[in-house]
Design a protein around this ligand. Structure first.
Ligand code: ADP
Ligand code: MG
Length: 242
């Protein structure tokens, strides 16, 4: 389980996260919605230890990310995919996907390559295994990014606006993969602006407003008149997005 307790994050005098509480249980898909600047990326970065907390605690399966040993253990359990395709340009697709399994997990190269090819098959990139990233479309690169995350066999997948740099067709390709992973029971913390998609795949929706988590509801309730839509701020957000 990912447990976020009273988490605060300040950059100088700016309070970017204000006493955030959130739990994500294995098998859940939890989507984080909120306007630009509300703190979504900062929260994801706190979960994987890319930001130090100003207050509170985050535990991933009991591992406190504020300690070096806890963070190392937490990072073996969760993998993050970001908006920008941060693939290594001088490595092939297969090398990008096998790098961490070989060097971090200590998998033998042959085993890592077999697993990587299976993942590339899963996302429709069998033929691109030996290509370099510059030869791929944005959608293909982002699918490689997802493979690279999955190659670490994470219990938790953190996704920060993985489709926002893609055109609609490529967005569809990537969302199809995520829908399949969700249906297979992959635990996800998902930051997105794809509202309709979030509605379909999420168990819960949380809404951040200026660093505060103002709503945490089952997805169905979030989109209902008595639930999320009864909150003026959320109604306004959704009417602008759709
Ligand atoms: P979101 O992902 O919801 O758009 P972010 O988490 O990226 O929001 O940013 C939340 C707020 O924190 C913004 O006001 C942003 O300018 C600020 N912020 C993010 N990272 C930094 C940083 N490294 N230094 C200073 N301010 C930051
Ligand atoms: Mg962001």
């Amino acid at each position: 389980m990912i447990e976020i307790n009273n988490v605060e994050k300040r950059f100088g005098s700016a309070e970017v996260l204000k006493r955030i509480n959130l739990k994500v249980e294995p098998g859940e898909v939890v989507t984080i919605l909120g306007s630009s600047g509300s703190g979504k990326s900062t929260l994801i970065r706190c979960i994987n230890g890319l930001e130090t907390l100003s207050g509170g605690a985050i535990r991933v399966d009991g591992n406190d990310v504020s300690t070096a040993a806890g963070l190392a253990a937490a990072r073996r359990r969760s993998a993050t995919v970001f908006q920008l395709f941060n693939l290594y340009p001088h490595m092939t697709v297969l090398q990008n996907v096998t790098l961490a399994p070989i060097h971090v997990l200590g998998q033998p190269r042959a085993e890592a390559e077999t697993r990587a090819r299976a993942l590339l098959d899963l996302v429709g990139l069998t033929a691109q295994a030996d290509a370099y990233p510059q030869r791929l479309s944005g959608g293909q690169r982002q699918r490689v990014g997802i493979c690279r995350a999955l190659a670490m066999q994470p219990r938790y997948l953190l996704l920060d606006e993985v489709t926002s740099a893609l055109d609609p067709e490529m967005t569809g390709e990537v969302l199809d993969i995520l829908a399949r992973l969700a249906a297979e029971g992959t635990t996800m913390v998902f930051v997105t602006h794809e509202i309709e998609f979030a509605r379909r795949i999420s168990d819960r929706i949380v809404f951040l407003e200026a660093g505060e988590l103002i709503v945490d509801m089952p997805a169905e309730a979030f989109f209902s008149e008595e639930g999320g839509l009864a909150v003026p701020r959320i109604r306004k957000f959704l009417s602008k997005m759709t």
